[in-house]
Design a protein around this ligand. Structure first.
Ligand SMILES: [Zn+2]
Length: 290
């Protein structure tokens, strides 16, 4: 993937050099200290100065920088900013064509664990989008996992696909699709709700494909072999594969992301057509035809 040299997004918040333990202290820890300080009659402002800058605000620059990022980590950061800029440019244009405004989301880079508008999350949950604060959370060590899964080959486009999928969830949030599925959580059985969840995930893959379609038109960032590698990685992270690896068998009624084959199919459809009118197909087609 050709990603260097272009615009870099300003909507990337880098929290990787913040120690998670400090984050915890920044939340409850500081509050407890403040209460004790108040009880003892100490000046809370002074206590805060001792605790470090902005020690009272959990997870928002309230953490003390612990270390310098490595060269690889810095490059991952630059890469994420480049891909975010590609998504911003493509989606701003597509939204304005439809007479709408694209509200840019924020990407938060973290390591180990992070406090979000959707609660605290460990890296193990993988990259995710939180609709409540409109932020994507990503621990770039996931990139390394992806690289290893792909046999150490250039996995940049596969990584971009993962980011584009999460940004796809943001687009769904703006367009109201997330809300439709959210409401189903209250009204449908677990099995029925999972089907809606699969539809939403496949639609995010389709949106990632649509992004790649217009991104390629505008920036020609896709290089030979990129799509095949990204599809291999989609196969590595499809529900059937994840479940098989985790417990040796699969149960389709508990799929929430779709099979590897479905994920590949819808990404490719989006990439080929760039047709946003087909977004509703993902919600209207009979489930068996997805
Ligand atoms: Zn997803």
């Amino acid at each position: 993937m050709r990603w260097e040299g272009g615009r870099k997004s300003e909507n990337v918040e880098d929290r990787r050099n913040m120690k998670p333990a400090v984050m915890a202290a920044g939340g409850l820890g500081v509050m407890v200290v403040m209460v004790i300080a108040a009880l003892l009659g100490l000046d809370p402002k002074k206590v805060q100065q001792v605790m470090g800058p902005g020690g009272g605000q959990a997870g928002r620059g309230g953490q003390v920088a612990q270390r310098e990022l490595t060269k690889e980590e810095k490059e991952d950061g630059e890469f994420v900013k480049a891909v975010m800029a590609f998504t911003e440019d493509v989606w701003t244009e597509q939204f304005s064509r439809a007479g709408e405004k694209y509200v840019k989301p924020t990407m938060v880079l973290f390591s180990q664990a992070v406090d979000t508008g959707c609660g605290r999350a460990p890296s193990a949950v993988g990259p995710f989008y939180c609709p409540a604060d409109r932020k994507v959370y990503l621990d770039p060590s996931f990139f390394e996992e992806l690289r290893v899964k792909m046999g150490g080959s250039d996995a940049r486009f596969s990584q971009a696909y993962v980011i584009a999928h999460e940004i796809g969830h943001h687009v769904q949030n703006l367009l109201g699709y997330s809300e439709i599925v959210d409401r189903k959580r209250q009204t449908e059985s677990k099995a029925e709700f999972n089907k809606w969840s699969v539809r939403l995930e496949l639609q995010a893959d389709y949106l990632a494909g649509v992004w790649a379609h217009y991104g390629q038109e505008k920036f020609t960032f896709i290089e030979p072999g990129d799509v095949a590698t990204a599809m291999k990685s989609a196969q590595a992270i499809g529900d059937d594969r994840i479940q098989k690896n985790a417990r040796g068998f699969t149960s389709p009624e508990s799929y929430t992301h779709g099979t590897s084959e479905q994920r590949t199919k819808w990404f490719r459809e989006g990439l080929k057509t760039g047709d946003l009118n087909r977004l509703k197909d993902l919600f209207e087609l009979p489930y068996g035809e997805l």
